[in-house]
Ligand binder design. Structure first.
Ligand code: UTP
Length: 408
């Protein structure tokens, strides 16, 4: 993109200040800034005046879940179907590792975090070992797609290469990068990190499928004949990935998506819960759950909104392709955003100072027609690492791993 075109583009969105120091930049810095402007979607910044307000919701009603007892009864049939699909190469896995992991406080990608005590045990290693269990069970390697972002791509790729993919077959590992979104002050003016770089952050985990498509990775999915993609978060070190029973259950129930859920530990636990919204599958975030919804009971007297999502979903590719070009809701989140002060220095603020703009994978569920809500045993499949200590932390995950017989 040329300077004049860049100026025209930023002017349309009232962001001319990003070019204020252009003349002071070196030739390569100039080119980099013009490139960043070319790739940036500034239209999201127009939402800043709406602030962090909650998105408007439809009518929320309960959704039935397939509970542990029912799964146990049909386990053999489900598992056999899942194994058949995996052996036929119809199932792929997508690791969502584009996040910044700011709460954990490490500068490295979250998956590089060593949770071992007497030996090295990396988060990536645990996830790959979990997937290897299925490889061993089925005798088939499963395509693993790893989503990174501009901020952590190089480190993630070189770490996994150096560790020889923890024993996974390299031919089945594909990396792709998610898009970035500009970060702004409360008035929607994009921050500059330095004179030649706008502040930007990964655009949320909701863009994973469109990023796969844009990056040409969908061609690999098609060529390999993959019909289901199991997406999973980087930070849950206990989750089962491409779990044959879950795959079989979703396929046999002919659902567009399957969602692994856990029974909530307390009515006010901070997890999003599955529901129907205007009759379609959806998720209510914990902060949207009114007292009325929290106290509502279903026909059997159980809490009606009792099943929390753990960011482990099995999507049917054909259905994803139908929704990929539809617009997703944009979430405006208050965050600490590095910016350039008047002296031209980059400042990492102590307090929140503006907005990031993200789309979330949970919004994709509502765009699909049917969802299998599939209960898993919390103590066996849910050990998220968000913080160094306390709830959902390195400490709590270590405890759960030990209880599941994993040496650290
Ligand atoms: P979180 O919501 O926990 O965000 O991500 P985060 O960025 O990792 O951590 P904090 O909030 O800064 O501490 C849930 C999952 O979604 C992925 C993360 O890597 C994690 O697996 N994610 C999140 C992306 O892949 N891209 C994003 O833009 C955001």
């Amino acid at each position: 993109m040329k300077y004049d075109e860049a100026l025209k583009k930023v002017s349309e969105y009232g962001q001319e200040h990003v070019l204020e120091f252009y003349e002071e930049l070196s030739e390569s810095e100039k080119a980099a800034l013009l490139g960043q402007i070319e790739q940036t979607d500034f239209s999201v910044l127009e939402k800043a005046n709406e602030g962090e307000k909650e998105l408007k919701r439809g009518v929320i009603t309960p959704i039935p879940a397939m509970k542990l007892s029912e799964i146990e009864e049909k386990k053999e049939v489900f598992t056999a179907k899942g194994i058949e699909l995996i052996r036929a190469g119809k199932v792929g896995a997508v690791l969502l590792a584009g996040g910044m992991g700011t709460r954990l406080g490490s500068d490295d990608p979250k998956g590089m975090y060593n949770i071992g005590l007497t030996k090295e045990v990396y988060i990536f290693e645990r996830l790959i070992r979990n997937l290897m269990d299925v490889v061993e069970q089925t005798g088939t390697f499963i395509h693993l797609f790893v989503m990174t972002s501009e901020k952590n791509h190089e480190k993630t790729v070189s770490f996994l290469k150096e560790k020889k993919y923890f024993g996974y077959d390299e031919a089945y590992v594909t990396f792709f990068m998610q898009d970035m979104a500009p970060a702004s002050d409360y008035n929607g003016k994009v921050y500059m990190e330095n004179k030649g770089l706008m502040s930007a952050s990964p655009n949320g985990n909701g863009g994973w499928f469109s990023s796969m498509k844009r990056g040409g990775v969908l061609d690999i999915v098609h060529k390999a004949g993959i019909e289901y993609l199991n997406i999973f978060a980087v930070d849950n070190v206990l989750q089962r990935i491409a779990d044959p029973c879950f795959v079989g259950a979703t396929a046999l129930n002919e659902c567009a998506v399957g969602a692994k859920v856990i029974k909530k530990a307390a009515p006010d636990e901070k997890v999003g819960v599955m529901c129907l919204e205007d009759g379609r599958p959806s998720i209510v975030e914990y902060y949207e759950l009114t007292t009325e919804l929290m106290e509502a009971k279903d026909a059997s007297g159980e809490p009606a909104y009792n099943y929390g999502v753990i960011l482990n979903y099995l999507f049917r590719v054909a259905d994803l392709e139908e929704i990929v070009s539809k617009e997703m809701p944009l979430h405006i989140v208050e965050k600490k955003i590095p910016y350039m002060n008047e002296a031209g220095e980059t400042v990492k603020p102590e307090k929140v100072n503006g907005y990031k703009y993200e789309s979330l994978v949970l919004d994709m569920i509502h765009m699909l027609d049917s969802c299998l809500v599939f209960e898993v045993v919390r103590e066996k499949e849910f050990a998220p690492i968000k913080n160094p200590t306390g709830i959902d932390s390195v400490e709590s995950a270590r405890e759960l791993l030990k209880r599941n017989g994993i040496a650290l």
